[in-house]
Design a protein around this ligand. Structure first.
Ligand code: HEM
Length: 170
């Protein structure tokens, strides 16, 4: 697992509005980076992905798709989309709602140009969907990511991986 490289850390940033407690950015590689802010019990994440297809962001305790809590998002025909998935294994995930859970990640904004998609979304740190959402707790968290070549949720090939992130200091 790659150790996340924290590019910046700033208190009271204005990226997501006023009164943000903390905001940080992780550059995974030249294809994928994300930043986040936590305000009270809500985390807002913004992913910049080098694709005009789908991108995925998840909490994967094993560093892969086993028991992973996934958000899959992008822009299709000019409209942003985001869906809350869960995966028991390395393979096609299921929507939380198909499994009896709830959809908890909320799309804030999504834009794309010729080469990249920028998507912002938020969720409670600990949702009430305990079966299909991983809680975001103090200490190291394994974040997984993926990129698709289209907006169909298909196998990502080599365009997936994991980074360890501390969202909340222990
Ligand atoms: C239909 C959708 C998907 C399919 C069929 C699929 C399939 C697979 C398969 C077969 C593997 C094991 C082989 C390999 O490492 O490449 C794998 C690994 C992985 N997948 Fe997926 N996946 C899907 C979507 C996603 C999404 C949405 C994410 C992240 C948000 C994701 C993250 C990962 C990660 C992090 C690994 C481990 C990669 C590594 O060990 O380097 N996958 N996936």
């Amino acid at each position: 697992m790659i150790k996340a490289y924290l590019l910046s850390a700033a208190l009271f940033c204005t990226v997501f509005g006023a009164a943000i407690q903390k905001q940080q950015r992780v550059v995974v590689n030249d294809q994928y980076e994300f930043e986040w802010a936590i305000e009270n019990d809500v985390i807002t994440v913004s992913v910049t992905a080098a694709t005009t297809g789908y991108a995925g962001f998840g909490i994967g305790p094993s560093g892969n798709m086993v028991n992973a809590d996934l958000a899959v998002f992008g822009v299709l025909d000019g409209s942003g989309y985001l869906d809350d998935y869960y995966s028991e294994k390395n393979g096609a995930p299921s929507l939380d709602t198909e499994l009896g859970g709830t959809s908890d990640w909320v799309l804030v904004e999504a834009t794309e140009d010729e080469t990249r998609t920028i998507t912002t979304f938020s969720r409670k740190l600990v949702t009430s969907d305990a079966a299909f959402d991983q809680p975001i707790l103090p200490g190291p968290t394994s974040v997984i990511w993926s990129l698709g070549t289209s907006d169909s949720l298909e196998y990502h090939g080599q365009s997936a991986g994991a980074v360890e992130v501390v969202f909340i200091e222990a």
